[in-house]
Design a protein around this ligand. Structure first.
Ligand code: ADP
Ligand code: MG
Length: 723
C-alpha cells in the first residue's frame, strides 16, 4: 500500500465513540476491540501478540523510539549517516519506468538546494492520480541509496497548503509490533495511530494522579496524565525524558512502598516466637569456647538478630557478607540463642560437602557443650535417618544441619524456632516456603547469601526482607592477588604451584562444567587430572579429586584427605564452589576461567585467603576471548570486593540472570531498570520509607489518593513471602 498519509490531525479526528463505556473509572477497562480502528480481528491479534486486552494495556504499550519530524532537511544536506529524513519541495517530474515486476514510478522533488528521487513499486496508478507537477509536498521517509543516489521509497506525503498551521512538525512514536500484526496493518507506526485515537478519548480524570503532592514537588515530577501524553506524543525530546522519568519513578516508588508495607506490617502485626533471653548456652560458649574475637560487623548482626527475635514478631532477615566474612559463627551463635529459649534450629546448606563441613566445624566448636547436634543429608543411612526423624519430632535434637533432605515431608520438628539457610542462591523460593510450613508458628528465618547482592537488586528482589550487611573481614587477612594468564604460560604456573607446595601450602585446580553432556565434562576433568599428575607425580605429591559423578561418601573421603593435608592438590569441578574452608590452601587455579560467571569466579577465589598466608588466584584462559569475558577477567584482577563484583555482574548480565532472582516478580518493571535507574530507585526507596515512617497506614489527607490508588490495585499481588 502506498503510505500516503493525511495530516495527523485529520486521521485522528475521525474517531467516533461507538458503544464505548464512558465513565471515569472504566473507560480504560474497555476491551481493546471497541477502539475505533481495531475491531474484532485486530483485537484478537493484539491480545495474542502483545497481550493488549484493554484500553489501559494499549495506553501502557510504550514506544521504543521516536522518529524526529521536527526538522525539515535541505536536499543538498542529505548524507548516508541519516536514517529518516523529512524534506519539503515541489514535484518537477513523474515517470513510470520498467515493466511488470520491475515496474516502478519515480517522481523528482526539488527544493532550493537540490533534487531527490521518490520511488514507488506498488499502488502506482493511485499515486499517479494524486500527484501533479508543480505541487508542493512535505515528504518523510527512510533514506536509502540506489546506484549511489539517495532516494525515498514509499514515502509519507503531505500536501503543503497555505492554511497548514497544524501541530507539525513533531516526534512520531514507533512501537513494538510483531510480524503478524504488521500483516494486518499494525506496524510499529500504525499502532501509534491507535494510541493517538485513544489519547483523544481520554480526559485528565481518566488518568488521575496517584502520587502525593509533596513527592511530586520533591522530585519535580510531571503530572500523571501529562506523562502518559508525553511519553507517546512528546512535543520535544525534553518532554519525552520528563515523561519517562515520571513513569519510571512511579513504578519504582509504588514497588518500594508495597515492599515497605509488607515489611512494616510484619514488624507490627506478625506473630513470632519469642527468644526472650540470652541464656547459659550462649553465654558459656561466648566466654569459654569462641575461638576468636568477633568482628564489629559480626557483633552488629548478632545484635540485630537478637532484637528481631525478642519482639514477638517473626524475623525475616537476609544476611549478606562477602566470602570469608565469617557468617558461620553468626549462624552458630543464633542457634545457641534459640536453644537457650527452648527452640530447635536447623541450618540448611546447598550441598552435601558443605553440610558435612558445617557439621564437622560446628561439632568441634560445640564439643564441650551440652547440646544435641545431628546431620541429615540424602546419604544418611535409613536406620540413622529414622532415629534423627524421631529426635527432631520429639525435640531432643536441638540443632539439625543438613541439605535439601531437611525439607522432605517426613521431617517434622517438635518446636522449630529458627531456620538458617546458608548460601541462599541455591535454594528456590518454593523450597524455602516448604521449611516455613514446618511448625505452627512460622520460625524465624535467617537467609545468608554467599554472593553479595548489589544493593539495587537487594532493594527490589528482597525488599520485603530486613537485611544486614557484613562488610568487614576478620583481622589479619592479606588481600588475595589475582592474575590472568594465557594457557601457553601453563608451565610457569605449575612451577609457581610447586614453589608454594614446597612451603607447605595447598592448591585448588578447578575445571568448569562446560558441556551439556556430563560425559564430556568428565573426560575434560580426567584429561586435566592426568596433566596435573604429570607435573606432580606420586609419591612426592598427592592429589585429591572431587567431581559430580562421585557419591557423597567418595566426595567426602577425598575432601577430608585434602582438609587434613594428606593431599596437596585438589582437582575438582565446581562442586566445591561454595563454603569449603581449608585455611592452608593458598593458590586457586581456575582452568578455562573465561567460561565462568563473575560471581562464580569470586566464590571460587574465596576458597583461598582464609588463613594467615598470602594467597593467589590464577585465571587461566585461551587467547580467544569475547569482550564480555575480557571484562569479567579484568574486574577479577582489579578487585577483591564482592559488592563491586556483584554490581558489575548485574551490569553485564542484567537482573534476569542473576541466580535466585529469576522468580522475583519485582524485577519486571515496564520502564525502569534497576541497573540504569539506580539513582531513581534510591530516591524512590528513601521517599517510600520516609512516607511510611510518618504515615504508616497512609491515612492522612495528602496521602489519600495514593491510598485509594493502592486499594484499587489490590489483587494484583506483586509479592509473596520469600521464605
Ligand atoms: P563465610 O562468611 O564465607 O561463610 P566463614 O564463616 O566460613 O565465612 O569464615 C571464614 C573463616 O574466618 C573461618 O576460618 C572462620 O573460622 C574465620 N573467622 C570467622 N570470624 C572470625 C573472626 N571474628 N576472627 C577471626 N577469624 C574468623
Ligand atoms: Mg559460609
Amino acid at each position: 500500500m502506498p503510505q500516503f498519509s493525511k495530516p495527523v490531525s485529520i486521521i485522528f479526528a475521525q474517531s467516533s465513540q461507538g458503544n464505548l463505556i464512558r465513565n471515569n473509572s472504566t473507560i480504560l477497562s474497555n476491551p481493546i476491540e471497541y477502539l475505533k480502528g481495531v475491531g474484532p480481528l485486530r483485537g484478537d491479534l493484539l491480545k495474542k501478540e502483545l497481550q493488549i486486552f484493554t484500553f489501559k494495556d494499549l495506553l501502557e504499550h510504550f514506544p521504543f523510539r521516536h522518529i524526529d519530524k521536527t526538522e525539515v532537511k535541505k536536499i543538498a544536506s542529505i548524507n548516508p549517516s541519516l536514517e529518516y529524513i523529512q524534506v519539503s519541495g515541489s514535484i518537477i517530474s513523474i515517470e513510470v519506468l520498467g515493466e511488470k515486476r520491475a515496474k516502478r514510478m519515480v517522481a523528482l522533488l526539488q527544493d532550493d538546494t537540490g533534487i531527490l528521487e521518490l520511488t514507488w513499486f506498488q499502488g502506482i496508478s493511485w499515486i499517479q492520480k494524486s500527484l501533479a507537477i508543480g505541487q508542493e509536498w512535505l515528504v518523510f521517509g527512510k533514506l536509502s541509496y540506489f546506484m549511489g543516489k539517495p532516494q525515498l521509497t514509499h514515502p509519507e506525503m503531505e500536501l503543503v497548503t497555505r492554511e497548514k498551521t497544524e501541530g507539525k512538525p513533531f516526534l512520531e512514536p514507533i512501537y513494538p509490533s510483531t510480524e503478524k500484526l504488521r500483516v494486518r496493518g499494525l506496524n510499529g507506526r500504525q499502532i501509534g495511530k491507535l494510541i493517538y485515537t485513544l489519547m483523544g478519548l481520554l480526559r485528565e480524570a481518566d488518568i488521575p494522579e496517584n502520587l502525593p503532592e509533596p513527592i511530586l514537588s520533591a522530585m519535580q515530577l510531571m503530572p500523571r496524565y501529562e506523562a502518559f501524553r508525553n511519553i507517546h506524543f512528546p512535543p520535544n525530546p525534553a518532554a519525552y525524558e520528563r515523561a519517562v522519568n515520571r513513569l519510571k519513578f512511579e513504578e519504582l516508588f509504588l514497588a518500594q512502598l508495597r515492599l515497605g508495607m509488607i515489611r512494616s506490617q510484619r514488624h507490627r502485626y506478625s506473630k513470632g516466637l519469642l527468644f526472650g533471653h540470652v541464656g547459659a548456652l550462649f553465654n558459656t560458649f561466648y566466654e569459654k569456647y569462641l575461638p576468636f574475637e568477633l568482628t564489629g560487623a559480626q557483633k552488629k548482626v548478632l545484635k540485630e538478630i537478637r532484637q528481631d527475635t525478642a519482639r514477638g514478631h517473626q524475623m525475616n532477615r537476609l544476611l549478606q557478607g562477602d566470602v570469608g566474612s565469617g557468617k558461620t559463627i553468626v549462624a552458630l551463635l543464633s542457634m545457641l540463642l534459640a536453644a537457650d529459649n527452648g527452640y530447635q534450629s536447623c541450618l540448611m546448606a546447598p550441598t552435601e560437602i558443605l553440610a558435612r563441613q558445617h557439621y564437622a566445624g560446628i561439632s568441634a566448636l560445640l564439643e564441650n557443650m551440652p547440646l544435641q547436634l545431628k546431620i541429615l543429608t540424602g546419604s544418611t543411612k535409613r536406620a540413622e535417618r529414622k532415629k534423627i526423624l524421631a529426635g527432631a519430632e520429639s525435640g531432643t535434637i536441638q540443632i539439625l544441619i543438613g541439605t535439601h533432605a531437611l525439607i522432605e515431608d517426613d521431617v517434622q520438628f517438635g518446636n522449630l524456632g529458627l531456620v538458617i539457610v546458608d548460601e541462599q542462591h541455591r535454594f528456590g523460593v518454593a523450597q524455602r516456603a516448604k521449611l516455613w510450613k514446618k511448625s505452627a508458628l512460622a520460625p524465624h528465618i535467617l537467609v545468608m547469601t554467599a554472593t553479595p547482592i548489589p544493593r539495587t537488586l537487594a532493594m527490589t528482589a528482597y525488599g520485603d526482607l530486613d537485611y544486614s550487611i557484613m562488610d568487614e573481614m576478620p583481622p589479619g587477612r592479606l588481600p588475595i592477588t589475582t592474575v590472568h594468564r594465557f594457557e601457553d604460560r601453563r608451565s610457569q604456573v605449575m612451577d609457581f604451584i610447586k614453589s608454594e607446595i614446597s612451603k607447605g601450602r595447598q592448591i585448588y585446580i578447578i575445571f568448569p562444567l562446560i558441556e551439556e553432556s556430563d560425559k564430556l565434562d568428565y573426560e575434560n576433568l580426567m584429561k586435566g587430572y592426568e596433566n596435573v599428575k604429570a607435573y606432580f607425580p606420586e609419591p612426592s605429591y598427592w592429589i585429591s579429586m572431587v567431581h559430580g559423578r562421585m557419591n557423597g561418601e567418595q566426595k567426602e573421603v577425598n575432601m577430608q584427605r585434602f582438609v587434613k593435608g594428606e593431599t596437596q592438590i585438589m582437582v575438582s569441578t565446581t562442586v566445591i564452589e561454595v563454603g569449603v574452608n581449608v585455611p592452608n590452601a593458598t593458590v586457586m587455579v581456575i582452568e578455562s576461567a573465561e567460561k565462568f560467571g563473575l560471581s562464580q569466579l569470586h566464590q571460587l577465589r574465596g576458597r583461598v585467603g582464609r588463613g594467615a598466608e598470602k594467597s593467589y588466584c590464577i585465571l587461566l584462559t585461551s587467547k580467544k576471548l569475547s569482550a564480555e569475558s575480557r571484562e569479567r577477567l579484568k574486574m577479577m584482577v582489579a578487585t577483591n570486593d564482592g559488592f563491586r563484583i556483584a554490581e558489575k555482574d548485574l551490569e553485564l548480565r542484567g537482573p534476569g540472570d542473576i541466580e535466585g532472582t529469576r522468580q522475583s516478580g519485582m524485577l519486571n518493571f515496564k520502564l525502569a531498570s534497576i541497573v540504569g535507574d539506580k539513582h531513581l530507585l534510591e530516591s524512590a526507596k528513601t521517599l517510600a520509607e520516609d512516607l511510611l515512617e510518618s504515615d504508616p497506614e497512609l491515612g492522612s489527607a495528602v496521602n489519600l489518593r495514593l491510598k485509594q490508588w493502592l486499594d484499587s490495585q489490590k489483587g494484583q499481588t506483586l509479592w509473596s513471602k520469600i521464605s
